[in-house]
Write a protein that binds this ligand. Structure first.
Ligand code: PFF
Length: 448
């Protein structure tokens, strides 16, 4: 193959990059919206349990494949395969993940573009450019194309620079900024009237709702989307981790960061919703259901921010910058999946491959923008409700049924000498073989 591979230079770099991939619009926008529409604290509780009991083991399966193979998703899985049929199966899963990542990026880039234009809007207002400010939050075709292109250019810029100088360097800068901004905003919202009621709704679970099938299934889907499973991305990121690193601890740390940021985002958004309600913005219907649904971020929050007067302009700016940063550290991982595949399998130079694939995805995004009314939801559904669960399930099947148990355990043990090799890892191969695929199949079944 002959292509020099990059790698993460430090543990911190990997953690920031993988957490950067995991933490995104799914955490800061998806999770609070799902929480608000699925019984508040009960959803939070179920999400936490499922994230650790199902998503984390599946996440480990993908990291292990990558770290073992030290290559893109297809090559890594083919290294594990022992015959042509298995190699073929590996190709279908690995390439499926690559396509899935590209599809997700094609619609994610559009939404991230909206986040960026919403971040610039308060700046335009401050500068007295009311016309520009209105245009920035309109659904104008030109604005959509322009901001999608801007966001994709940033993504391409970072990925062209490779693993260490691109992904790692930027994730290390952007992730701590994101966490700091999030905490500042939470503190601010807590000083406002109505926040306490939101706090209770968020943290006081109605246990009777915990076993509602809809709630269970949404929480599981959210956990898989949030850890970027079924997209080849975590296999590729796993392949950039040195053999001397303890994968088990790294995996736990990334999962903890992902879950904590979703939790923090809920701590910001749910109280903010109650603050907005107290200020007269209609958020909940009389029966307590959510009026704004998936438009929460784009309709309710700007209304909340404008209710704060002058300060609101700064809060709005902070919030949407935060969303854009979160989206960027996720989008770079989505582009890395396909890029690493093309670079290593077809020996194309990284910069050329990145620009070409990035632009091809951008062209597809523009096609979505032009047919916004139906195509965005359709591509999002195809990739996240169908693609991700199926491919994540097949990854578990692959590790559970094709990879020899002793070889899996040997890979887990690499770099693991100092850590207790506990019972969990002895049952994990069995767990990944039966429990995980069955649970994911249930999510898929529901989405049908
Ligand atoms: N995990 C990201 C989020 O929560 O927003 C979304 C995502 C990133 C999905 C990377 C898929 C992916 F490959």
């Amino acid at each position: 193959m002959g292509v020099a591979r990059g790698g993460f230079s430090s543990r911190f770099g990997f953690i920031m990059a993988a957490a950067g991939s995991a933490v995104g619009l799914g955490n800061i926008w998806g999770f609070p919206t799902q929480t608000a529409s699925n019984g508040g604290a009960a959803f939070v509780l179920v999400y936490l349990v499922l994230a650790f009991c199902l998503a984390y083991p599946a996440f480990m399966a993908e990291l292990l494949i990558g770290r073992y193979g030290q290559a893109n998703a297809v090559t890594s899985m083919q290294k594990i395969s022992r015959n042509n049929r298995q190699k073929h199966f590996a190709f279908v899963i690995g390439f499926g993940g690559v396509i899935c990542a590209a599809l997700i990026l094609s619609f994610y880039g559009i939404i991230a573009g909206w986040m960026m234009s919403y971040a610039i809007e308060p700046v335009a207002k401050l500068a007295g450019l009311t016309g520009t400010a209105n245009w920035l939050i309109s659904q104008s075709l030109v604005r959509n194309v322009l901001f999608t292109a801007l966001f994709m250019s940033l993504t391409i810029f970072i990925i062209r620079r490779g693993v260490e100088q691109g992904i790692e360097k930027w994730s290390k800068r952007l992730m701590p900024m994101l966490i700091a901004l999030l905490i500042l905003l939470i503190i601010y919202v807590f000083t406002l009237e109505g926040a306490k009621e939101g706090f209770t709704a968020y943290l006081n679970p109605d246990i009777s709702r915990v076993f509602e099938p809809n709630l269970l299934i949404s929480a599981l889907g959210q956990a898989f989307f949030s850890l970027s499973l079924g997209t080849s991305v975590m296999i590729v990121y796993g392949s950039y981790i040195a053999k001397k690193e303890n994968l088990v601890t790294l995996g736990v740390q990334v999962t903890l960061i992902d879950v904590s940021i979703a939790f923090l985002a809920g701590l910001l958004i749910i109280p903010a919703m109650y603050v907005a309600q107290a200020q007269g913005v209609a958020i909940f219907a009389e029966d307590g259901s959510l009026i704004s649904g998936s438009n929460l971020v784009f309709t309710v929050l700007p209304a909340l921010f404008s209710g704060m007067g002058f300060v609101g302009l700064f809060v709005a700016f902070g919030f949407f910058v935060l969303m854009s940063i979160a989206a960027l550290t996720s989008s770079i991982s989505m582009l890395e999946g396909p890029v690493s595949y093309v670079v290593e399998r077809h020996e194309v130079p990284r910069e050329k491959a990145t620009t070409f694939i990035g632009l091809a995805i951008l062209v597809f995004s523009i096609l979505i923008v032009v047919n916004l009314s139906w195509m965005l939801d359709f591509i999002a559904m195809l990739s996240t409700q169908y693609g991700q669960p199926i491919i994540a399930m097949l990854c578990c099947v692959f590790v559970g049924w094709i990879w020899h148990r002793s070889d899996v355990l040997a890979e887990i043990k690499q770099g693991n000498s100092t850590v207790e090799y506990g019972l969990f890892w002895k049952i994990w191969p069995w767990y990944i073989k039966f429990i995980c695929p069955t649970a994911i199949a249930l999510v898929f079944w529901h989405s049908l």
